[in-house]
Design a protein around this ligand. Structure first.
Ligand code: AMP
Length: 213
């Protein structure tokens, strides 16, 4: 099963992608997590990505696509994957589609986690992330068991630079201009499913599971 998660930054698609990956036994692939891991390791890729991420802008398609195609060619992806944060532009979606077509394959479902803009800024200011394992929390909606500490790996939780308010506003603008058109793109491929992302995360997950079967 090959899935794409769509939705504004902070809509909760990362949380859902994590749960889907666990339930269906497929890898959760987040381009944002891959960039952050590279930033942490101080690689050239990380340095280049950081200059865009800190401003709330997208990393150029060329770089992002190369990284993603390399990741999905790995052995653990042969039975499928859930993509979180990719594609983020129409050209990215087109390259992925062409690549899959080479093997007579396609994206099975694009799940759009729908949350209105007014909820987003509020949500993201409460978001906390584990830079070690990539898990995300919310100080009110999805608190960790112990304040400030990751449930999964025990590392300290932080507010990501790109979750700060000014950056969030820019990320939303970029989302509407460049990423939201993907809703129409996947709708025209008859694979789009939209779920109400304002509900509690376990209800959103139940909804997604009923769609995926
Ligand atoms: P995320 O963790 O998915 O919210 O991504 C954090 C940041 O990484 C984004 O604001 C972008 O700067 C960058 N990024 C992640 N995925 C992509 C992508 N598919 N295309 C371009 N930039 C991306």
């Amino acid at each position: 099963m090959k899935l794409v998660m769509l939705g504004a930054p902070g809509a909760g698609k990362g949380t859902q992608a994590n749960m889907i990956a666990e339930k269906y036994g497929i890898p959760h692939i987040s381009t944002g997590d891959i960039f952050r891991a590279n930033i942490k390791e101080g690689t050239d890729l990380g340095k280049e990505a950081k200059s865009y991420m800190d401003k709330g802008e997208l990393v150029p398609d060329e770089l992002t696509v190369r990284l993603l195609l390399d990741r999905v060619s790995k052995d653990d992806c042969k039975d499928g994957y859930v993509l979180d944060g990719f594609p983020r532009t129409i050209p990215q979606a087109e390259v992925l589609e062409k690549e899959l077509e080479k093997n007579g394959d396609r994206i099975d479902k694009a799940v759009n986690v729908d949350v209105p803009d007014e909820n987003i800024v509020n949500r993201m200011s409460g978001r906390r992330a584990c830079l070690k394992c990539g898990a995300t929390y919310h100080i009110v909606h999805i608190p960790p068991r112990k304040e400030g500490i990751c449930d999964n790996c025990g590392s300290e939780l932080v507010q990501r630079d790109d979750d700060k308010e000014e950056t969030v506003k820019n990320r939303l603008k970029v989302y509407h201009e460049q990423t939201a058109p993907l809703i129409e793109f996947y709708s025209s491929r008859n694979v789009l499913e939209t779920v109400d992302g304002t509900k509690p995360s376990e209800d959103v997950f139940a909804n997604i599971c009923s769609i995926l079967g």
